[in-house]
Design a protein around this ligand. Structure first.
Ligand SMILES: Cc1ncc(C[n+]2csc(CCOP(=O)(O)OP(=O)(O)O)c2C)c(N)n1
Length: 623
């Protein structure tokens, strides 16, 4: 393998044209082989192989900085910057991250995982380099999906106003995870497909030119129309009007052409953008034909492309199904996603009820305020966003939704730890960040049925904002038919195990209730400690009466949450006990002021002391 011979990024420059072709093949094969075992991002990485090789050849990574957006397309970059030997540990505990991580490699100049940060970071890095007397190049690589986000456009606004020598590589493939949406997406699509149209316009202009300025109104109107069209269609007009020089579109799978162009353009002063056109999934048929399905994969059979994991119905699917049932009866219900239709389970809903569905693109901030506007006009928006991505819309939740007490229903998918996506994607802050917002109601269902009932509860609650948070994959228990479901009682949890004789009270929230049940039975069996278990269901309003009643007479209260223990559920329980002057030690189990790394869920629980042994030790210390 050529990859075995490459010890330094600059070794790529020693390869001839034929070897480069082979290298691209090897990179693709390594990416396919590794993701087929470990899961990960496949289609985007296959699409960016040639671009990566060209960038590394055209730049000097000892002085120049590449800032990748999201990081979900940087596998080839990792393979060529010293991480080939360890690549089999991709997304494993202690292994190579699926995104960019400064602590992993000095070539990961800026960490990422969330989208659209590369342009702002590149600008900051360029200013930083200059102020430190470093005149190396700065190149940001951003996809056409990521470019539509607010932060990327804010950065363009600033970069365009600067004279900084920044190169932006725009990787256009007309896809976000699903088909890219929005006006900018349409514009970019036109940029790469408008040549025939331009030829046509050119011909018509040629025929009419002799008649121009002869006073014929029709003809002049036509020319004005053409001018407007030209404004829209002249390549890169959008970027040029931001004061950023535009180049392209270029074939993003031609290493030689890319390398030459990047070298040339990098010599020019000021901000510039190079539009390269790539195909997601390039080089692997299943991913090429269905880039959405193969954007992120679980382990799969390389020959068939089929997933090796048996799929249980997930919380996301349940959400998609229930909102579909609700909208059949109530056309005021609107499903909103920020480019995560498939991930949030809204994709099928969107196909079936297109008039009640909005995919706004990677624009979480806009999604929330857009929903607030709808709620102000008595629609019933259901905003489905991953817990980690909703962080981006925090001010919108406070200022546009909660402050005005607008009934926006939030569905926080992937709440709690998500496993192999790691630090950037764990949703371990939402209980804390939502709890401190006045007017907010928060439910964390513990099983499939309570999830279904939570969605119905959120639908029926019209007095203000309400959030339902649930994990990646499934919760325990069975799904019920929609017709059999009833809403939850607001602010009421449920006793799962309870006896006067119990020494301790375990209060779990969300998926941790199932762990509480398991631990309670182990405590009794192995260590003779009797524990009551309470399923809180609600963080806000918290079930104060039940907590007081059950806590009285216990030697300790143990709170268990898949969230940071700072400002989360445990702190809410402590507040209840303090307020009611109940003086019992509280053991808070959850994520302890840390960013949990990547790994299998159970492995992470064990590593961070959210397992039976650790809990037993803590209980014994207290009682
Ligand atoms: C803030 C945020 N929202 C959503 C996502 C999920 N996400 C990861 S990649 C991606 C699509 C990015 O599309 P594009 O930039 O065009 O890159 P491509 O995959 O097409 O190469 C999305 C929506 C994210 N990482 N960050």
């Amino acid at each position: 393998m050529i990859l075995d011979r490459l010890n330094h990024p600059s070794d790529v420059n020693k390869l001839n044209e034929q070897e480069l072709q082979r290298l691209c093949g090897e990179l693709r094969w390594t990416i396919i082989k590794t993701t087929s075992k470990n899961g990960g991002h496949l289609a985007s990485n296959l699409g960016s192989v040639e671009l990566t090789v060209a960038l590394i050849r055209a730049l000097d990574l000892e002085n120049d900085d590449i800032i990748w957006d999201v990081g979900h397309q940087a596998y080839a970059f990792k393979l060529l910057t010293g991480r080939y030997k360890d690549f089999h540990t991709l997304r494993k505990f202690g292994g190579i991250s699926g995104y960019l991580k400064r602590s992993e490699s000095r070539y990961d100049v800026f960490g990422a995982g969330h989208s659209s940060t590369s342009l702002s970071a590149a600008y900051g890095i360029k200013v930083g380099k200059e102020k430190k007397g470093d005149n190396g190049n700065v190149v940001a690589v951003i996809g056409d999906g990521a470019l539509t986000s607010g932060i990327a456009l804010e950065a363009l606004n600033n970069i365009g106003n600067s004279a900084e020598d920044i190169l932006i590589i725009l990787n256009t493939n007309e896809m976000s995870i699903s088909k890219n949406t929005g006006a900018i997406a349409k514009y970019l699509s036109k940029l790469i497909t408008n040549s025939t149209y331009n030829k046509l316009v050119g011909k018509v202009v040629g025929i009419l030119t002799p008649y121009k300025n002869r006073g014929e109104t029709m003809v002049n109107a036509f020319f004005r129309f053409i001018e407007t069209l030209k404004l829209m269609l002249v390549p890169g007009k959008l970027f040029e009007s931001f004061n950023i020089r535009y180049f392209g579109p270029l074939d993003g799978h031609n290493v030689e052409l890319l390398e030459k162009t990047i070298r040339k353009i990098n010599k020019l002063h000021g901000p510039k953008i190079l539009n390269v056109v790539t195909k997601k999934g390039f080089g692997y048929k299943p991913a090429y034909e269905n880039p959405m399905k193969y954007h992120g994969v679980t382990p799969f059979n390389i020959e068939t492309g089929l997933s090796l994991k048996k799929k249980k119905i997930s919380c996301s699917r349940v959400f998609g199904n229930i909102i579909g049932k609700i909208v059949e009866r109530d056309k005021d219900v609107i499903g909103i996603t920020a480019a995560m239709g498939y991930g949030t389970g809204l994709d099928e809903f969107g196909k079936k009820f297109p008039d009640n569905f909005f995919d706004v693109g990677i624009e979480e901030e806009h999604a929330v305020t857009f929903a607030a506007g709808m709620a102000a006009k008595s629609l019933k928006p259901f905003v489905a966003i991953y817990s980690t991505f909703l962080q981006r819309a925090y001010d919108m939740i406070i200022h546009d939704v909660a402050l005005q007490n607008l009934p926006v229903r939030f569905f926080l998918d992937r709440a709690g730890i998500v496993g192999d996506d790691g630090e950037t994607h764990h949703g371990v802050f939402d209980l804390s960040y939502l709890n401190l917002i006045p007017n907010m109601k928060i439910i964390a269902p513990s099983d499939m049925e309570s999830l279904e009932r939570s969605i119905i509860t959120a639908y029926g609650y019209n007095a203000g904002p309400i959030a339902v948070r649930y994990p990646r994959g499934a919760l325990e228990g069975e799904i019920k038919d929609y017709e059999e479901l009833s809403p939850l009682d607001i602010g009421k949890g449920r006793a799962v195990i309870s006896s006067e004789k119990d020494e301790i009270l375990m209060i779990g929230i969300g998926r941790m209730v199932s762990n509480c049940k398991k631990w309670a039975s182990e405590l009794k069996k192995n260590d003779g400690i009797r524990a009551s278990v309470f399923d809180a269901l609600w963080l806000k309003p918290i079930d104060e009466d039940s907590i007081i009643r059950l806590a009285k007479g216990k030697k300790a209260v143990v709170t268990v949450e898949d969230n940071t223990v700072i400002g989360g559920f445990g702190d809410a329980v402590i507040n209840v006990l303090n307020k009611n002057k109940i003086n019992i030690p509280v053991i808070k189990i959850g994520w302890q002021d840390t960013f949990p790394v990547a790994g299998e869920i159970d492995q992470l629980f064990e590593h961070y002391g959210i397992d039976y042994a650790a809990i037993l030790k803590k209980i014994k210390e207290v009682i």
